[in-house]
Design a protein around this ligand. Structure first.
Ligand code: UD1
Ligand code: UDP
Length: 360
């Protein structure tokens, strides 16, 4: 039985790992889970393990709230100890966070195989910590599980055909998760009565990216746009703890009450019934599409370019007027019939199958 050590730590990784862990549990692989502790509030971490029935982590390293170098360094040291103890055949890592690069680097140096889920994505913006994490992680991975053809093309352009690794477009595990939990969320979501919401009568917004929160002009301009839009259509803003801290530190002005981060069932329901989604989240750009909603992306570029090419995602940056104009343009437009951009909902199974069979 091959042992897989899964490293996770941030909210989007719980969602991705939920889908893959489910597939692993039906396979011949054995999974040991390490939570780095990067996200630690109940509504940023525990709630996902509970709702999505992710197996409880075997280890919790409690590394959080540090600068990039300190956080990654401490994770690296502690993950290495777990790897030495567990002696897994492979390490599974997700996405592009500090937990991702720490897991990949620790494994590579111990000559343990590295399986990267969500490989090949690029924003081509090296100022993003995530872009640095992605590029480095891909380069030291043995299995590069790509979610899209764009991701495959990115790797080809970087010369990966000359690198000894297994690259495959398996589809997006976030699509697997969205499809699997969508039905369940209908019965389980509680946000609707709590907020007294009506379908189509609100927009859903999230903001948490460092390039927005840590740039006073950008965050101020985004909030001004949200305040203006809120006069026309109620804005529901589940606030990431990073953004809450920035609001408090800079006394930023929001004319409406943001809400605390919500669990997966609630966010799916909020998305399904929103008039439109506005976000700088990577995951939510795709989820908006899965649930047939236009998305205004509060960034200057995206890794999910196929959404932009298909006219369902608009890059509006942090420019107040551009955000408001695009909002008015898209608000009452009919969502085009969707093509399958992110696989067939079986990405997790494909990943597990490859790890079970294509690897001597
Ligand atoms: C991290 C990822 C980012 C991802 C995001 C998902 C990196 C470099 N960034 O950013 O790619 O999009 O997660 O949400 O890994 N905090 C709390 N409670 C929590 C979690 C965080 O208070 O449960 C606070 C931390 O103390 C810190 C701030 O939020 O002050 C930022 O957390 P951190 O994990 O460093 O980065 P994220 O912005 O969450
Ligand atoms: N999400 C959630 N509750 C919230 C906000 C987001 O469950 O209050 C989910 C969202 O639906 C998506 C994931 O968290 O599945 C995305 O995480 P985040 O935006 O933090 O990170 P990113 O995708 O940008 O890395």
């Amino acid at each position: 039985m091959k042992k897989i050590l899964t490293i996770l730590g941030a909210r989007p990784q719980f969602i991705k790992a939920a889908a893959v862990s489910r597939a692993i549990s039906k396979s011949s692989l054995k999974e040991v889970i390490v939570h780095t502790g990067q996200h630690f509030d109940k509504n940023m971490s525990d709630i996902f393990f509970d709702q999505m029935e992710i197996p409880r982590p075997d280890y919790n390293l409690d590394n959080h709230s540090l600068s990039h170098g300190a956080m990654t360094g401490r994770m690296l040291e502690e993950i290495e100890k777990v790897m030495q103890k567990e002696q897994p055949e492979a390490v599974m890592i997700y996405g592009d966070t500090n937990s991702t690069i720490a897991g990949a680097l620790a494994a590579r140096k111990l000559q343990i195989k590295v399986a990267h889920v969500e490989a090949g994505l690029r924003s081509f913006n090296m100022a993003m910590p995530e872009e640095v994490n992605r590029i480095l992680t891909d380069r030291i991975s043995d299995f590069l599980f790509c979610p899209t053809q764009t991701a495959i093309d990115n790797l080809q352009n970087e010369g990966y055909e000359h690198i000894d690794c297994h690259i495959e477009n398996v589809g997006d595990v976030m699509y697997d998760a969205a499809m699997f939990y969508s039905k369940k969320s209908e019965a389980k979501a509680e946000v609707y009565p709590r907020l007294n919401l009506e379908p189509g009568k609100y927009v859903l917004a999230t903001v948490h990216r460092q390039e927005n929160t840590d740039d006073k002009n950008r965050i101020k301009s985004i909030f001004e746009a949200l305040n203006a839009i809120n006069k026309q259509k109620r804005v529901v803003l589940p606030l990431h703890p990073r953004t809450r801290k920035i609001i408090e530190q800079n006394s930023l002005q929001l004319d409406f009450e943001p809400i605390d981060p919500v669990g997966y069932f609630d966010i799916i329901q909020l998305m399904k019934n929103a008039a439109l989604v506005m976000t700088d989240s990577g995951g939510m750009q795709k989820e908006a599409y899965f649930f047939n909603k236009f998305c205004l992306t509060l960034r200057d570029e995206t890794e999910w370019v196929e959404l932009v090419h298909n006219g369902v995602n608009s890059l509006v940056g942090a420019d107040k007027n551009r955000i408001i104009n695009k909002f008015n343009q898209k608000l009452n437009l009919k969502f085009p019939s969707s093509v399958q951009l992110y696989g067939d909902g079986k990405a997790s199974e494909k990943i597990v199958q490859i790890l079970e069979t294509d690897w001597p």
